[in-house]
Design a protein around this ligand. Structure first.
Ligand SMILES: [Zn+2]
Length: 110
């Protein structure tokens, strides 16, 4: 999840649509106006943003575009992950430092 200071607090309305589920009005999901894919969500109760990394645009090599701006600092909701991630970032059952830690961050060379 990118640090909050690297993400605009207001997504660009000309490229994203916003939707708040009636049963969870404190959450807002953002989807691309061009392809309809959800790419992020905001939880105002938890004051957290989640970036849906698997949904983001990739280049011809399969790498996420704008990696430097989007690279995660932790993996959240890792218990319901789409795939295992073998990196040094912490992995959490919910939000970082507010849920069960499933794997502690590791240090050292990549
Ligand atoms: Zn799109």
């Amino acid at each position: 999840m990118p640090k909050a200071d690297r993400v605009s607090q207001r997504p660009k309305e000309h490229v994203l649509d916003a939707f708040s589920p009636p049963e969870k009005p404190w959450k807002t999901r953002f989807r691309c106006k061009l392809c309809g894919v959800c790419v992020a969500s905001r939880n105002v109760k938890a004051t957290k943003w989640s970036i849906w990394g698997a949904q983001l645009e990739r280049d011809g090599d399969g790498k996420l575009k704008r990696w430097d701006a989007l690279k995660p600092t932790a993996h959240i909701f890792y218990g319901t992950r789409m795939l295992d991630v073998d990196d040094k970032l912490g992995k959490w059952s919910g939000y970082e430092n507010a849920s069960q830690c499933l794997a502690r961050p590791r240090s050292g060379p990549d």
